[in-house]
Design a protein around this ligand. Structure first.
Ligand code: NAP
Length: 509
């Protein structure tokens, strides 16, 4: 495990069981967004390196021991990795925080949240390894069998916002089911992914079963989507990139699973006190500096309490501790890059231009230790209407847009007026209303009087342009498997039902 230091040594990539450099010798630097200084250099792989990693995974799937190993042998390796993660959780969080600016304590919560999937996926895979031999009503009395088999070579591409969480959502399920994997974490935050590869190596994973490479998405990631040697691509990132993945994957019609953007509504009813309402409005965007796919960035507040809740939300959100992501006291860190900071500031300008009222924040912060980092003050807009850019587009920063509504029906209509469908929230003490509204929101994950609670035994994914398929949950491992139906007729060839039906003039007597 690499121990956290202000500046780390150059990182390598893991291809076919070897730690190696990009074939052309190119590297790139990751700037720590809290300090504006270079944190680490990583390998800038290209399409040829991606091909090498895919070839290694292909060979490991077609000829290697991993797919054929018993589920008991596989789970032994996974349990060792799980123990190593538990031991090194804080180091993993420090590495990710220094790459992407998300507070170290937030990383800690996401590692705790998704690391159980290394063991949970094992339990699922054990069940799926057993053929389903239950009698089938319409199978003409045959002793049928339904078996699950790995897809083959799986490529996984993830974004920078919560890197360990993104990896743990897919990698354990993909690997434990017997697939071999090429994983490309985001260029800005690849360290936890590289560390997990070291853990698997130490735990005895056969070579080629897991390959981890770094490099630009449009080059390395595009090859991982295009290659005919790949059977399944599992992608998380922006919706626009997801569409590019689908186009590139069409060549061999590989399986595609997608987890994409969001613009989630957080509906707050007036049976909450204004203090509770403001806390829940803030909680919805509190994780990861608002750079979170399922952040509740559109806060819909019932008009009877709207003014007061807006004021109090600005007080709470505006007073959160902004600081270096590596400090345990920080609740809002810097944005991931200077480019992302400028993009978020651009959205704030558009909010002002379109007539929203800025209640707090709205500016870059550069005082004291924040001087060289990419900090944006926590920002709250009121008087937002759902057709403004700040209510329609994913900002991916610490910005809350507060929208008033009068009735339950109107709230649902506004909530669903978006191209996305990743998450939503309902804040009310009325249980019946809570469930009723939750069922009406067209999104894959709904929080009732909560936010950011995700469990590896609950399915995760989106409706509409937020994605295809589901990760984790009861079908998490199955997403990475093919289903095969076997029809044996052990009564003997002469007694074949279909032979008698089709070749003997329909006489089945
Ligand atoms: P992104 O630009 O789409 O990048 C995501 C990943 O795709 C990165 O590894 C990137 O590589 C790679 N990539 C870029 N262009 C590619 C291409 N043409 N072909 C293949 N791969 C390519 O997204 P991001 O800015 O990192 O992350 C923010 C987005 O992710 C937001 O939209 C957010 O909502 C979404 N997200 C969704 C979920 C979810 O579960 N639904 C979770 C978290 C984030 P580089 O790093 O080298 O550019």
């Amino acid at each position: 495990m690499v121990k956290y230091k202000e500046k780390l040594e150059e990182q390598k990539v893991f291809i076919d069981g070897e730690w190696t450099t990009a074939s052309k010798g190119d590297t790139y630097s990751i700037i720590n967004p809290s300090t504006g200084k270079t944190f680490v250099k990583c390998q800038k792989c290209d399409a040829e390196d991606a091909k090498k990693a895919i070839d290694a995974a292909r060979d490991a799937f077609d000829n290697g021991p991993w797919p054929e190993m018993s589920i008991e042998e596989k789970t032994k390796i996974f349990y060792k990795v799980s123990a190593m993660i538990e031991e090194d959780t804080w180091e993993i969080c420090q590495l990710d925080a220094s790459c992407n600016g998300v507070p170290v304590s937030h990383h800690n919560s996401t590692v705790m949240n998704m690391s159980p999937n290394f063991e949970y996926a094992c339990e699922q895979a054990k069940e799926l390894a057993k053929p389903d031999t239950t009698e089938k009503e319409y199978a003409m009395g045959m002793e049928t069998m339904v078996v699950r088999e790995p897809d083959g070579v799986v490529t996984i591409i993830t974004p920078w916002n919560v890197p360990f969480w993104q990896m743990a959502l897919k990698l354990p399920s993909a690997l434990i089911s017997g697939n071999t994997v090429v994983f490309k974490p985001a260029s800005q935050a690849p360290l936890s992914g590289l560390e997990v590869a070291k853990m698997f190596e130490k735990a005895g994973l056969p070579k080629g079963a897991l390959n981890v490479i770094t490099g630009p998405g449009p080059v390395v990631g595009a090859e991982m989507a295009k290659s005919d040697k790949v059977d399944h691509i599992a992608f998380t990132g922006e919706t626009v990139t997801g569409k590019e993945i689908v186009r590139n994957a069409a060549g061999n019609l590989k399986k595609v699973t997608l987890e994409l953007g969001g613009k989630s509504p957080n509906i707050i009813f007036d049976d909450l006190s204004t203090d509770e309402a403001a806390e829940m409005a803030t909680l919805g965007v509190a994780l990861a500096n608002g750079e979170e796919c399922f952040a509740g960035t559109r806060v819909l507040v019932q008009e009877t309490i709207y003014e007061e809740v807006c004021k109090k939300t600005a007080e709470i959100y505006g007073s959160l501790k902004v600081g270096n992501a590596i400090s345990a006291e920080t609740t809002v860190g810097p944005l991931v890059t200077e480019e992302q900071m400028n993009k978020v500031l651009g959205y704030i300008e558009s909010g002002k231009e379109e007539g929203a009222t800025l209640l707090c924040g709205g500016n870059r912060l550069q005082e004291g230790e924040l001087k060289d980092g990419f900090f944006v003050a926590p920002t709250v807009f009121s008087d937002v209407s759902n057709d403004m850019k700040i209510a329609r587009e994913e900002i991916f920063g610490p910005v809350i847009s507060m929208i008033p509504f009068s009735t339950e029906e109107e709230a649902i209509e506004i909530a669903n007026d978006t191209i996305y469908g990743l998450a939503g929230g309902v804040m009310t003490n009325d249980r019946e209303k809570g469930i009723r509204v939750a069922r009406k929101i067209k999104a894959g994950n709904i929080f009732l009087n909560e936010w950011h609670v995700l469990a590896c035994d609950m399915p995760f994914g989106g409706y509409k342009q937020s994605g295809w398929g589901r990760m984790v949950g009861n079908k998490g491992v199955e997403e990475f498997m093919q289903i095969k139906s076997i029809y044996p007729d052990w009564e003997g060839i002469g007694s074949s039902i279909m032979k008698n039906l089709l070749l003997s003039g329909g006489d089945t007597e």
